[in-house]
Design a protein around this ligand. Sequence first.
Ligand code: ZN
Length: 84
Amino acid sequence: MAITTEPAQVYRGGGRRYFTLRAAARAEAKALINKHCHCDYCDHEGYGREHLPCRRHQDEHFEPLVEKLAARFIRNYRKDRGAS
Ligand SMILES: [Zn+2]
Protein backbone atom coordinates (compact mmCIF):
# COMPACT_ATOMS: atom_id res chain seq x y z
CA MET A 1 0.00 0.00 0.00
CA ALA A 2 1.12 3.51 -0.70
CA ILE A 3 -0.32 6.95 -0.55
CA THR A 4 -1.86 8.10 -3.78
CA THR A 5 -3.62 11.22 -4.90
CA GLU A 6 -6.60 11.71 -7.17
CA PRO A 7 -8.62 14.68 -8.29
CA ALA A 8 -12.01 15.04 -6.69
CA GLN A 9 -14.93 17.37 -7.14
CA VAL A 10 -15.70 19.43 -4.07
CA TYR A 11 -18.68 21.57 -3.25
CA ARG A 12 -18.18 24.96 -1.66
CA GLY A 13 -20.66 26.17 0.93
CA GLY A 14 -20.36 28.58 3.81
CA GLY A 15 -16.83 29.42 2.66
CA ARG A 16 -15.50 25.86 3.03
CA ARG A 17 -15.14 22.84 0.80
CA TYR A 18 -17.14 19.64 1.18
CA PHE A 19 -17.21 16.32 -0.58
CA THR A 20 -20.98 16.17 -0.75
CA LEU A 21 -23.54 18.60 -2.08
CA ARG A 22 -25.66 18.06 1.00
CA ALA A 23 -22.86 19.00 3.42
CA ALA A 24 -22.07 22.13 1.41
CA ALA A 25 -25.76 23.08 1.30
CA ARG A 26 -26.07 22.70 5.07
CA ALA A 27 -22.96 24.81 5.63
CA GLU A 28 -24.29 27.49 3.30
CA ALA A 29 -27.62 27.40 5.15
CA LYS A 30 -25.91 27.83 8.52
CA ALA A 31 -23.84 30.71 7.17
CA LEU A 32 -27.00 32.41 5.95
CA ILE A 33 -28.69 31.93 9.32
CA ASN A 34 -25.66 33.36 11.12
CA LYS A 35 -25.78 36.40 8.87
CA HIS A 36 -29.26 37.16 10.19
CA CYS A 37 -28.54 36.16 13.76
CA HIS A 38 -29.66 38.25 16.71
CA CYS A 39 -28.32 36.06 19.48
CA ASP A 40 -27.40 37.83 22.66
CA TYR A 41 -25.11 37.03 25.55
CA CYS A 42 -25.43 37.83 29.18
CA ASP A 43 -22.32 38.02 31.36
CA HIS A 44 -22.74 36.81 34.91
CA GLU A 45 -19.72 38.21 36.72
CA GLY A 46 -17.58 35.21 37.60
CA TYR A 47 -20.28 32.70 36.73
CA GLY A 48 -19.75 32.49 33.03
CA ARG A 49 -21.59 33.71 30.02
CA GLU A 50 -25.15 32.84 29.17
CA HIS A 51 -26.14 32.38 25.55
CA LEU A 52 -29.53 33.91 24.80
CA PRO A 53 -30.35 32.43 21.40
CA CYS A 54 -32.26 34.40 18.83
CA ARG A 55 -35.37 32.85 17.32
CA ARG A 56 -33.41 31.28 14.44
CA HIS A 57 -30.93 29.65 16.80
CA GLN A 58 -33.47 28.18 19.20
CA ASP A 59 -33.14 24.41 19.09
CA GLU A 60 -36.66 23.75 17.84
CA HIS A 61 -36.27 26.24 14.97
CA PHE A 62 -32.64 25.83 13.98
CA GLU A 63 -32.48 22.31 12.55
CA PRO A 64 -35.73 22.53 10.52
CA LEU A 65 -34.57 25.90 9.16
CA VAL A 66 -31.18 24.47 8.17
CA GLU A 67 -32.91 21.62 6.37
CA LYS A 68 -35.34 23.91 4.59
CA LEU A 69 -32.63 26.29 3.40
CA ALA A 70 -30.27 23.44 2.48
CA ALA A 71 -33.00 21.84 0.36
CA ARG A 72 -33.47 25.17 -1.42
CA PHE A 73 -29.73 25.51 -2.10
CA ILE A 74 -29.65 21.96 -3.49
CA ARG A 75 -32.66 22.67 -5.73
CA ASN A 76 -31.07 25.87 -7.04
CA TYR A 77 -27.76 24.14 -7.61
CA ARG A 78 -29.39 21.38 -9.64
CA LYS A 79 -31.55 23.81 -11.56
CA ASP A 80 -28.52 25.96 -12.46
CA ARG A 81 -26.70 22.92 -13.80
CA GLY A 82 -29.68 21.35 -15.51
CA ALA A 83 -30.25 18.23 -13.33
CA SER A 84 -27.67 15.94 -11.70
ZN1 ZN B 1 -28.72 33.60 16.56
